[in-house]
Design a protein around this ligand. Structure first.
Ligand code: NAD
Ligand code: IPM
Ligand code: MN
Length: 377
């Protein structure tokens, strides 16, 4: 019997609701050969209430000794005054990313993802913009990219000053930090068929940290991945391209922590809702020979705690459920099971079974049940 230990962090707002559905899906894969040992802990605002800290050392330790971590969302108006850098609810997630050193955050957005049918209906983009002039065009004619976001450095983790009349966030990168995330981006590009270009975002025209970023990305790609196409794109104009001709960014979008945060939320506008976008925070890709430590993975939706819809059984659980698929793929070596989850989500959404953010009338729980019922195990 294979036993997988999973740390489960529901967090705040809609977090516990979407996590409950993801756990239903996970449990459906249990059989005599495969068991999941789940440990549930507090993170974010609920942890501040219970312990005074957004994440305790005990929980960090649990993350480092589990096979994978499932994280839902943190934060909310209740803790807005407590929002002080690493000590606020969001700081719980940031501290955990740092403790696990999960420096690469993969955020896929693709017209052949399990949620592609909703993209066609709910994206505010015109059909031609997303899919080209052909009426029935799908798949590779559509939008298809993965944001690889640097997750442990930059403005998020530099020195901070927070005085009454002056505040400062140091936004710095070292060569080593840029190299390692570039390697992950390159490996994601290589594993895609056909091979993807790497599109690196920066503001090298203005920021010193961006000039180092651009130089190190350039050198790393030229020496280690000369077969891959590399494009440097200024981050502000990348935002415009994503809003006017998103297919021009098909490939791996490699970005620093801040630019990656912004461009991946913007991906939610292409799809039509943040409620279907999962992400994987990793310290390297499986099979990565440069990995010095054991592989760590934390799986987190791109969306937040959506406080205004919390507690109403209306949140879309799809992003969290697709996080289970990514966990199967990247941390548990269960590619077939990952695809089973993705196929079930696809079939359910294609049938029109949806939560209210997608014009449907199914509750969070009912959609979770429908996806479990659709699994072909
Ligand atoms: P948000 O992602 O929570 O919500 C943005 C919009 O998307 C809202 O209209 C919300 O209702 C909708 N939405 C998000 N997830 C949804 C889902 N699963 N189903 C249906 N609709 C969904 O972002 P926000 O409103 O800017 O932030 C709210 C709180 O969440 C803040 O405290 C913020 O700091 C926190 N946050 C946490 C994370 C995280 O835990 N990873 C990420 C982003 C924001
Ligand atoms: C995200 C969120 C987080 C971030 C916050 C909650 C710390 O917006 O995961 O995209 O900025 O990284
Ligand atoms: Mn974000």
């Amino acid at each position: 019997t294979q036993t997988h230990s999973i740390l489960v962090l529901p967090g705040d707002g809609i977090g516990p609701e979407v996590m409950a559905e993801a756990i239903k899906v996970l449990r459906a894969f249990e059989n005599p050969e495969c068991k999941f040992v789940l440990r549930e802990e507090l993170i974010g605002g609920c942890s501040i209430d219970a312990t005074g800290k957004p994440v305790t050392d005990e929980v960090k330790q649990a993350a480092l000794t589990s096979d994978a971590v499932l994280f839902a969302a943190v934060g909310g108006p209740k803790w807005d005054k407590a929002r002080r850098g690493l000590d606020g609810p969001e700081g719980g997630l940031l501290q955990l990313r740092k403790a696990m050193d999960i420096y690469a955050n993969l955020r896929p957005c693709s017209s052949h993802s399990p949620s592609s049918s909703i993209t066609k209906e709910f994206s505010p983009f015109r059909h031609e913009v997303l899919f080209g002039p052909e009426k029935d065009a799908t798949g590779l004619d559509g939008v298809d990219f993965v944001v690889v976001r640097e997750n442990c450095g930059g403005a998020y983790f530099g020195k901070k000053v927070e005085d009454a009349d002056y505040a400062m966030d140091e936004w710095g990168y070292s060569t080593a930090e840029v190299q390692r995330v570039t390697r992950v981006a390159a490996q994601v590009a290589l594993r895609h068929t056909p091979t993807w270009p790497v599109i690196s975002l920066d503001k090298a025209n203005v920021l010193a940290s961006s000039r180092l970023w651009r130089r190190v990305v350039e050198e790393t790609m030229a020496t280690e991945y000369p077969q891959l196409k590399l494009i440097h794109q200024l981050a502000d104009s990348a935002s415009l391209i994503l809003a006017t001709n998103p297919r021009a960014l098909n490939g791996v979008i490699l970005a620093d922590n801040t630019f990656g945060d912004m461009i991946s939320d913007q991906a939610g506008s292409i799809v039509g809702t943040l409620g279907v976008l999962p992400s994987a925070s990793l310290n390297g890709l499986p099979g990565d020979k440069t990995l010095q430590t054991r592989p760590y993975g934390l799986y987190e939706p791109t969306h937040g705690s959506a406080p205004t819809i919390a507690g109403k059984n209306v949140a879309n659980p799809v992003a969290m459920i697709l996080c289970v698929a990514l966990m199967f793929r990247y941390s548990l070596n269960m590619e077939n099971e990952a695809q089973q989850v993705e196929d079930a989500v696809r079939r359910v959404l294609d049938k029109g079974l949806r939560t209210p953010d997608l014009g449907g009338n199914l509750g969070t729980k009912e959609l979770g049940d429908a996806i479990v019922a659709e699994l072909r195990l």
